[in-house]
Design a protein around this ligand. Structure first.
Ligand SMILES: [Zn+2]
Length: 616
């Protein structure tokens, strides 16, 4: 895979530099070191430590790692000892006070936050941040109300009505890059796959200042519109309020809002140097075909004939291999190791063949959903499916998608054991590949969830067809997804079935042609799930530090025990590379867009150092 469209900037020969590792440092010392260090970091602000909030912190840390954003966890009390001046803001341009973990911020944190924002900082506050005192009682006025211009605690006036639920109505897509299809077509309400508009826990917040920009509303069950996401320009900085509990939601398989808010604060409002989470800083598309049953045999043949499968675009082709579908002997299966075998061979030339569950599509999913399969039976069925496919392709099966989306966490543990690295996921919809959380815990550190992109409440073309969506609308929707991943240089998964091709022939053909063109223009890559999963597993092992050497010189050091290959370092575009070295000879490539400059190498170096200077 060549870096088409990327400029070669220089070739260099490396020289070693020893880096001391710090381990087992007490928390207070670590915080002081963090705040004294010249390194740039986002601050995750905690109030008095509450054990019951640790899951929120873990969820947020997981997202920041996946976003490649350098960060540190610091207590509000430690921050109060620091002067939040321009120099401080230059090193810590974003401070995030999350739900739960920042609930009981000290009173003095209000004036501190105000000075921090006036000096140019971006403050993000979510849900109940700063709304309680040290003993957990509701405050009359929130600690951050002044700077946010929004009152998040209305207990004195509303009592039990201070907390309610609400749907999130996106008002300003120009500020919040909500993926297409994540809202309903008829309104701009955030929507989940199958569920329709999602209902979030929210505070019955009230705007207190006229200069508060409403990015999203929260609409309560009684129809009241309260601030959902707000932005306020204060001095040289920004104060942002995100009403839903971002960290809590992330830890319960609703990743998107936290990620969008982090991206707005870190990429858009501050342009913080970071590692960019897509290979070669390109848009990435996982096209996941689910090959369910005998009907797909004809459809796969048509796809091959019409060149919907073609060189250069490598989809994830997941097959349910058995000869039956609903019950043994019905002969409704794809029969990969029988009648379907020549098709599996032909498909394997264009993409990666993965697993679509345990041997028989509906038979497996119904029994799994009803709890009628033991872990040992589930494992045996998934193994049986893989064994058949591996025999044909000679390649290990390491990608999975659940038939009918039935995927209890137990299945992920089985996948882990069987050496899978990625799976199609109906939670966290609209998000990039992620190590998903469920019930406050990360489900797996090794197997990556690939959330599906939706069209409102549906995702596959079959479902669009059933909902009677016209072909022109499908065509526009698919195009919007391709444009979204290109514009945001991000990775997303879409899925459908081969027989859907017959339902929307024009939309599918146009989509394939468009994606092919974008790939040829080096604006997008279509790669299988497993490849992206391996990239992201390596990506989260990378440690990057960015530090100011002087007022115009930025130093970046990236280390990765596995390799830094393909992982882009992003700095504001006006900073030009002046020096670089690595632990082995590498060639650097760069891409530039209106906001950032991205540099990466294709060679498996383990340490890369770069120096950038502000162009005069
Ligand atoms: Zn299926």
């Amino acid at each position: 895979m060549g870096p088409r469209g990327a400029g070669i900037v220089l070739a260099l020969v490396g020289a070693g530099l020893a880096v001391a590792a710090v381990a087992g440092v007490p928390e207070r010392v670590a915080q002081a070191r963090l705040l004294n260090s010249p390194e740039l970091r986002v601050l995750l602000v905690t109030a008095a430590p509450e054990r019951s909030c640790r899951y929120v912190l873990k969820a947020a840390q997981s997202v920041l790692e996946e976003e490649g954003v350098p960060f540190g966890v610091v207590s509000a009390v430690a921050l109060l000892a620091r002067l939040p001046d321009g120099n401080f803001v230059r090193r810590h341009p974003v401070a995030i006070a999350l739900d739960c973990v920042a609930r009981s911020l000290p009173e003095d944190f209000g004036p501190w936050a105000d000075r921090y924002v006036r000096a140019g900082g971006v403050l993000v506050a979510s849900f109940d941040a700063g709304t309680r005192d040290r003993r957990g009682r509701f405050r009359a006025v929130g600690v951050l109300t002044g700077v946010l211009g929004v009152e998040a605690i209305t207990y004195q006036r509303r009592r039990a009505g201070a907390y309610t639920t609400g749907r999130i109505l996106i008002l300003r897509r120009d500020w919040l890059e909500v993926p297409p299809g994540k809202t309903t077509p008829e309104s701009q309400l955030l929507t989940g796959y199958i569920y329709g508009p999602l209902t979030y826990p929210i505070a019955a917040a009230e705007a207190r200042q006229a200069d508060v920009l409403l990015v999203a509303d929260a609409v309560t069950p009684t129809g009241e519109h309260v601030p959902g996401v707000t932005l306020r320009r204060v001095g040289r900085g920004w104060a942002m309020f995100a009403n839903p509990p971002l960290g809590h939601l992330k830890s319960y398989s609703d990743d998107l809002l936290l990620r969008l808010i982090v991206q707005l604060a870190v990429l858009r409002l501050t342009r913080l140097p970071h590692l960019h989470p897509s290979p070669h800083a390109l848009g990435g598309l996982v096209i996941n075909w689910h090959v369910d049953a005998d009907l797909d045999r004809k459809a796969v043949a048509i796809m091959l004939e019409r060149r919907y499968l073609r060189a250069g675009l490598r989809p994830s082709l997941h097959v349910t291999a058995g000869p039956f579908r609903d019950r043994p002997g019905d002969n409704l299966g794809f029969d990969a190791c029988g009648q379907g075998e020549p098709l599996v061979r032909a498909m394997a030339r264009y993409g990666v063949v993965g697993s679509h569950g345990g041997w028989a599509h509906n038979w497996f999913s119904t029994r799994l959903a009803a709890g009628r399969l033991s872990p040992r039976e589930i494992e045996a069925l998934i193994r049986r499916n893989s064994d058949c496919l591996e025999r044909i392709t000679g390649r290990r099966v390491d990608e999975y998608s659940a038939p009918n989306g039935v995927h209890p966490p137990l299945v992920t543990r089985i996948l882990e054991r069987l050496g899978f690295v990625a799976y199609y996921y109906t939670g966290d919809s609209g998000s990039p590949p992620t190590r998903t959380f469920l019930d406050g815990r990360r489900v797996s550190d090794r197997v990556w969830a690939f959330p599906v992109m939706t069209f409102g409440r549906v995702a596959s073309l079959t479902e669009l067809g059933r909902a009677g969506v016209p072909e022109a609308v499908v065509d526009a929707g698919l195009r919007a997804i391709a444009d979204f991943v290109v514009r945001n240089r991000t990775v997303r998964l879409i899925y459908s079935h081969p027989y859907d091709v017959l339902r929307y022939p024009v939309a599918v053909r146009r989509f394939i042609e468009r994606v092919d063109t974008l790939a040829r223009q080096a604006r997008l890559e279509v790669r299988p799930m497993g490849e992206y999963a391996r990239f992201f597993s390596r990506f989260v092992r990378a440690r990057a530090t960015f530090a100011w050497k002087d007022s115009v010189t930025l130093r970046a050091v990236v280390r990765n025990p596995l390799s830094v290959a393909d992982i882009p370092v992003a700095v504001p575009r006006e900073y030009g590379l002046v020096r670089a070295r690595a632990d082995r000879p590498v060639r650097l490539y760069q891409r530039i867009d209106p906001t950032f400059r991205y540099l990466y190498t294709l060679q498996p170096a383990r340490r890369l150092e770069m120096e950038f200077r502000l162009a005069p």
